[in-house]
Design a protein around this ligand. Structure first.
Ligand SMILES: NC(=O)c1ccc[n+]([C@@H]2O[C@H](COP(=O)([O-])OP(=O)(O)OC[C@H]3O[C@@H](n4cnc5c(N)ncnc54)[C@H](OP(=O)(O)O)[C@@H]3O)[C@@H](O)[C@H]2O)c1
Length: 352
């Protein structure tokens, strides 16, 4: 007998009208299931900026349309065979899926599953708020953790500049710098989002009122690590205030919607070239979560388990904007809001 489940697909490249809710037969998921695959009942899936880029057709290497977006999920294992990770049916897990998350069920390779040990030990079913916070740890917090700890060796006196401090990754970065005791953290942020981070010992630079380059020059500050997801000529500006052994990490092209893909991407090679001809010891690095040079999926798993411990012990607290039930209408609203920059924290879809 067929049992239907809901999922969202992007039917073709373009606007939010191409987001559609469809139903599929669950039996199809079980058909041809490989020994190394598990079926997960998804509880929550995160909304990522990359989902918007995939819908717009500007994310490099996205699958052919139609496909289901969804970069990260939290869920419960519904079916699994014996495996070297000792994962069992009923265990709660997270996964960095990259695509496929906006769905009530998902088939995943067992090696991608990241157990949430404190939940599995206590056999406790987490509520939706906890599942929303846990899913926020995956893309946003793992990225933040790796930007701080897997690129440059820092000490508590290092000067760090976090661009976009009011965003999902930005707030995660700020919470982590506070927990790990970095004393010289600066962030570019808009006044409307400052309340999200006001409680932390971070110096704000209100980028809409003052250029961060001027601010740093005026205060004689050079940065040891600059984390820049903005894109375009912003990268070149960041380079201007980099210390002599400093590292500038480019990890997003947030303003591609304002500037267009070409202009926002052009900043990457231009900044590399600028560095190449400078004959100094500054470094420019492009970061993408899960990439081999940052430890691949194994480092994603390791860092997730550290972050789950920090979360369990209340050292970090993901900021949730809204938890939407997974409907076509809600997914369209959520995409529109993220695209317009009208989001404070993470948007999460719930399947229950
Ligand atoms: N490489 C990776 O593996 C990876 C992983 C995760 C995310 N990312 C990328 O990182 C970027 C941010 O993601 P997110 O989830 O944190 O997005 P988000 O929550 O929308 O945050 C972006 C923030 O940037 C702020 N902003 C916009 N223009 C700015 C500027 N010129 N200067 C300083 N801040 C500015 C926005 O706030 P206001 O509009 O209020 O200023 C917003 O708070 C995206 O491009 C995403 O694709 C990359």
């Amino acid at each position: 007998m067929s049992q239907l489940y809901n999922k969202i697909v992007i039917t073709k490249k373009g606007g939010i009208e191409n987001l559609k809710l469809i139903q599929e037969d669950k039996n199809q998921l079980y058909k041809n299931l490989k020994q190394n695959e598990a079926i997960i009942k998804v509880y929550t899936a995160g909304l990522a900026y990359a989902d918007i880029m995939m819908r717009e057709g500007t994310y490099p290497g996205h699958p052919p349309y139609p496909f289901t977006p969804g970069y990260d999920i939290i869920g419960q294992i519904e079916y699994i065979q014996e495996n070297p990770f000792h994962l069992k049916k009923g265990n709660f897990v997270g996964a960095l899926t990259v695509t496929g998350g906006y769905s009530e069920y998902i088939k995943l390779p067992i090696e991608k599953l990241m157990p949430i040990s404190y939940i599995n030990k206590n056999h406790k079913i987490p509520d939706i708020k906890e599942c929303a916070e846990l899913v926020s740890l995956i893309l946003n917090y793992i990225t933040a953790y790796q930007l701080l700890f897997r690129i440059k060796k820092l000490n508590s006196d290092s000067y760090i500049l976090i661009h976009g401090g009011g965003g999902g990754v930005g707030t995660a970065l700020i919470q982590l710098t506070q927990y790990y005791g970095f004393k010289n953290t600066y962030t570019t942020i808009s006044k409307r989002k400052y309340d999200l981070i006001q409680q932390y010992n971070v110096k704000p630079i209100f980028y809409q009122e003052e250029s961060f380059v001027e601010y740093c020059k005026k205060n004689h500050i050079l940065m040891d690590l600059i984390l820049d997801p903005i894109g375009g000529m912003h990268f070149l500006d960041s380079y201007k205030i980099l210390n002599k052994n400093g590292v500038l990490v480019l990890y997003g092209t947030y303003n591609f919607l304002k500037q267009g893909t070409l202009k926002s991407m052009a900043g990457v090679p231009l900044t590399y070239l600028r560095n190449l001809f400078s004959f100094n010891r500054k470094k420019v690095v492009f970061y993408l979560i899960g990439q081999k040079k940052f430890g691949g999926y194994n480092s994603v798993k390791e860092d997730f388990s550290i972050l789950v411990e920090l979360y369990k012990n209340k050292h970090i607290q993901p900021i949730i904007d809204t938890i939407y039930p997974l409907t076509e209408e809600n997914v369209k609203i959520a995409h529109k809001r993220l695209q317009e920059g009208d989001v404070r924290g993470k948007i999460v879809f719930r399947m229950l």
